[in-house]
Write a protein that binds this ligand. Structure first.
Ligand code: CO
Length: 177
C-alpha cells in the first residue's frame, strides 16, 4: 500500500468530471486500498479518486475514521438517483482545501446506485452525515467542489484563503513542469 498525494484546489483535475470505470481490475482494487490508507493518514472521512490525481469514478468513505470495518465503503461509478426534499445546512471541510470550512445545504437522505468492488450493482439508502459525505464526494467525481455550494457568508469569510491556496497550487504545478 502507499500514501497518495492529495491534489489541492487550483489543480484542474478537480474541475474535470471523472471517467466511468469499465473494468474493475487489480489496478482499481489497489487504488481503493491506497485511497483508504491515504484518507486515514490525513484523518479524512471521504475521498474521491480525482483528489489523488486519478481520473476515475471511484470514491471511498469511512465516517468512523478507520475504527469500524463495516463503515468502510468503496464505490465504483456511483450516481445519486434520489434526493430527499428535506435539506439541512451544516459545516463541511475537504481534504483538497486545508483549513477551509463552510456550511453547505444538502439533502438529508439520498439513494445511490453504484457497483461494489466485485462489480455487482448495489443501491444504498443513506441519511444525515453519511448522505452529506456521499453528496460531497460524488460532487467531486462530477468535477464540482463544496465551495460552489457554500453559503454566501461562509464563502466570503474564506475567500482570501481560497485565493491564496489556488495561487499556491498553480505555482507548484508550474514548478513541476
Ligand atoms: Co472534498
Amino acid at each position: 500500500m502507499s500514501i497518495l498525494k492529495i491534489h489541492y484546489y487550483g489543480d484542474p483535475i478537480l474541475e474535470k468530471p471523472t471517467s466511468i470505470v469499465k473494468n474493475i481490475t487489480a489496478n482499481e482494487i489497489a487504488l481503493v486500498e491506497n485511497m483508504f490508507e491515504t484518507m486515514y493518514t490525513v484523518e479524512g472521512i471521504g475521498l474521491a479518486a480525482n483528489q489523488v490525481g486519478v481520473n476515475k469514478r471511484i470514491l471511498v468513505i469511512d465516517a468512523s475514521r478507520g475504527q469500524l470495518k463495516k463503515e468502510r465503503v468503496a464505490l465504483i461509478n456511483p450516481e445519486i438517483i434520489f434526493y430527499s426534499k428535506e435539506t439541512d445546512c451544516l459545516k463541511e471541510g475537504c481534504l483538497s482545501f486545508p483549513d477551509i470550512e463552510g456550511a453547505v445545504e444538502r439533502a438529508i437522505s439520498i439513494v445511490i446506485r453504484a457497483l461494489n468492488l466485485n462489480g455487482d450493482p448495489i443501491e444504498l439508502e443513506v441519511k444525515e452525515l453519511l448522505a452529506r459525505i456521499f453528496q460531497h464526494e460524488i460532487d467531486h467525481l462530477n468535477g464540482r467542489m463544496f465551495i460552489e455550494k457554500m453559503n454566501q457568508i461562509d464563502r466570503q469569510m474564506v475567500d482570501s484563503k481560497l485565493k491564496k491556496l489556488k495561487k499556491q497550487t498553480i505555482a507548484q504545478l508550474k514548478e513541476k513542469k
